[in-house]
Design a protein around this ligand. Sequence first.
Ligand code: GLU
Length: 453
Amino acid sequence: MTPQKPKIRFAPSPTGKLHVGNVRTAVIVWLAVKKLGGTFLLRLDDTDVERSKEEYAEAIQRDLTWLGLEWDEFARQRDRQDRYDACIQKLKDDGRLYACYETPEELALKRKSLLSRGLPPIYDRAALELSDEQKAKYEAEGRSPHWRFLLNYDPIEWDDLIRGPVKFEGKDLADPVLIREDGTPLYHLCSVIDDIDFDITHIIRGEDHVTNTATHIQMFEALGAKPPLCAHLSLISDAAGGKLSKRIGSLGIETLREEKKLNPMAILSYLALLGTSMPIEAVRDRQKLIDTFDFSNFSRSTPKFDEEELYRLNTKLLQETAFEEIKPHLQQANLEQVDEAFWLAVRSNIENLEDVREWWRVAHGPVTPEIEDADFAKAAAALLPSGDWDENTWNVWINDVKEQTGRKGKQLFMPIRKALTGMEHGPELPVLLSLIGRAEAESRLKGQTKNAA
Ligand code: GLU
């Protein structure tokens, strides 16, 4: 038998937008696919008709495309009802699905009673005892059944690619509900059927699915299939160790793209390396992330999401960006006046493109010089070096000013900064001086505001 070509799916529900929590799974699925030379299936788990929305389905695809996480195949669960119906029939014929008539209130009561006795809230399988008359009576009352999967009371084991050997006992698990009262199948069933039909070789998802996986393994077997390999990622917590979900709104991919103007590689680098044994660093080249990807790099402990660190990676990438690459972004930000020489001079001093705007303004005006001591400023102006200016000009000049005026430290730098920029804080003077140029520096030191608006 030829070995199966790796195929991994990312299966978001289009009931909301992508955020750092769920897109991390997408990043890791994509990296694993590339590393293993496999196929990436994007599957929309949209069986929840009420909560699934077309706008979310579109937003998910837009965000993944922007991140560069291209997929090879696409599927939607709502197109696959016929297959689900056929499998449901098989499971019913094989006695693996049974009808239950409890109302949500009755189930909540059972749960409460078990918990109050210190017992795990596992469904008691009372429905298995119902006679045909009792079922007919419920139906006559207008109750429609939901259907549960009958688990075998056997041990369930798998070797998780991240968690190592995992073991459950069938008897410690509740029979999962696979079909709702309205007859629609639930995620568990659809997911397993799709994983079988699309020849999925690896399931990568959050550790909140570990118990689901245990029940899914029996479903794979009941449908005559071998379960895929599984990797369960630890869930990310917020910086304080709490649930990330509370802050998820502001950490949406759309916000990071449109408001925070992040480079997708900052997000990719951060989410690829978070929770692994590798240092978190800004990586420009996706191939580097692919090459270092390995399931064994992932830790079982809960990684903390640090928004500031994400922004630091972004700054790092921005500061290394070539002019050709940044040009369209500068244009988009109405900074088309910025040329390559200016970009190269300022890039290592900025955190975002707004800083570029400020550098440009300070270099080219309008600036209203603030002169504290006109004699000192004039003396400094007279010492401005002649000839071509380069990155060394500042040092030559400031040493001369220091020697000639006897000033040093703040007494030296602050009046010069205020004269050149009109501000107490701002861009680094050594870089700035060469951008301002000799003529303009001289007139600012002389208090002339020719460039001021
Ligand atoms: N739609 C499920 C979720 O978003 C998919 C989980 C899985 O990967 O099976 O949680």
